[in-house]
Write a protein that binds this ligand. Structure first.
Ligand code: COA
Length: 333
């Protein structure tokens, strides 16, 4: 098989819109601060008091992708599910999604690489398809952050950024040379693991989470925001240049760059670093916030529905996030 192509995409976000003004009621923050520092105007959060997991959002996103592809659940040969907010500690969320899609027996893999999870998953899906291990792979990114955020003033630097959502991409083989996934580059640097992380529950503790942990707020994400920022604006352009160089292409060949929607200022600096025009870069962070592993497939589905990409165009994806991890992909759509 020559390679891996995108068959179709789908996405889904909860109906509940949470604006920056809504957050002003919960913590000491302001619409102006959030928009200036992050570009986020609103995000979607699952409704309170209902047990809705990322796998529920992923199910709807998958159904939408299948409908566009005129395929059925039974046409999926394997599931790769990228998330940092699995429905439960174990088993992986891919198993819950498999059950919700009514599929039995097919491979179901979770990827725990946070904001870069979709690209790590893409690399695996590409290898599976190229080697003929599986023909049609469902790659999803799905997150429910809202149930795990500190929505008091203590957690405001993190909680204003993140939103819930899911994106699904159906991948399959292509015989055409130079079509589909041209390359994926991945990286990580564990020296920065504790600069964006959640401490508990953790199996290094006995018990994994206790009331003292909870009082200290160690069950909530902690972030060294400026460190994340500085690394993101270097690693993402670097990964893009590398994946393009490996494919014998340059930034001028890019029709659309979809960076992980971390923060609008990060996206703008990546754009400047790569000297790209506005029409070459996609952003929807103002509507959804940062949805980590879901952000790239959610943005891709929206970009396609807006007609920002035609078959044959060069699509580039780039991500950076906790770990630190990063990556980029070049895809002849
Ligand atoms: N509302 C109002 N004020 C806030 C706030 C909020 N939601 N969050 C933090 N502040 C305050 C801080 O307490 C600080 O106050 P002080 O000066 O009195 O101490 C002030 O704003 C500035 O904080 P600082 O952390 O220096 O701001 P910043 O310019 O670095 O912006 C981030 C903070 C988080 C927006 C920025 O670091 C960032 O975007 N980092 C990358 C984050 C990211 O993209 N993460 C996802 C990666 S995948």
């Amino acid at each position: 098989m020559a390679g891996t192509r995108i068959i179709a995409t789908g996405s889904h976000v909860p109906d509940r819109v949470v604006t920056n003004v809504d957050l002003e009621e919960l913590m000491d923050t302001s619409d102006e601060w959030i928009q200036q520092r992050t570009g986020v105007k609103e995000r979607r959060w699952v409704p309170e008091g209902r047990e809705i997991g990322g796998s529920d959002l992923a199910k709807v996103a998958t159904e939408r992708a299948l409908k566009k592809a005129e395929l059925e659940e039974g046409d999926i040969d394997a599931i790769i599910y990228a998330t940092l907010s699995p429905d439960h500690m174990f088993p992986g969320a891919a198993c819950f999604l498999q059950q919700k899609l009514g599929l039995k027996g097919i491979a179901a893999l979770d990827i725990r690489n946070q904001c870069s999870g979709f690209l790590y998953g893409l690399s695996i899906a590409d290898a599976w398809i190229r080697t003929g291990a599986y023909e049609r792979v469902l790659l999803v990114g799905a997150e429910v952050h809202s149930t795990g955020l500190d929505i008091s003033t203590r957690g405001r630097d993190v909680s204003v950024i993140f939103g819930d959502g899911a994106g699904a991409v159906l991948l399959g083989p292509t015989d055409k040379n130079g079509d589909g996934v041209l390359g994926v580059t991945l990286g990580a640097d564990g020296r920065y693991a504790k600069d964006l992380w959640v401490d508990v529950p953790g199996s290094i503790y006995h018990p994994q989470c206790d009331p003292a942990h909870m009082t200290e707020g160690r069950q909530y994400p902690q972030m060294e925001g400026s460190k994340v920022f500085k690394h993101a604006v270097v690693k993402m352009p670097g990964a893009v240049r590398r994946v393009l160089g490996d494919a014998g292409l340059g930034t001028e060949d890019i029709r659309l760059l979809i960076p992980h929607q971390a923060n609008l200022r990060i996206t703008e600096m990546v754009q400047q670093g790569l000297r790209l025009r506005d029409d070459q870069v996609f952003s929807n962070i103002h509507k959804y916030g940062n949805t980590t592993a879901a952000s790239i497939p959610l943005a891709l589905d929206e970009a396609l529905s807006e007609g920002r990409l035609e078959r044959g165009d060069l699509l580039v994806l780039a991500a950076f996030g906790a770990g630190f991890t990063w990556g980029a992909a070049a895809i002849r759509y």
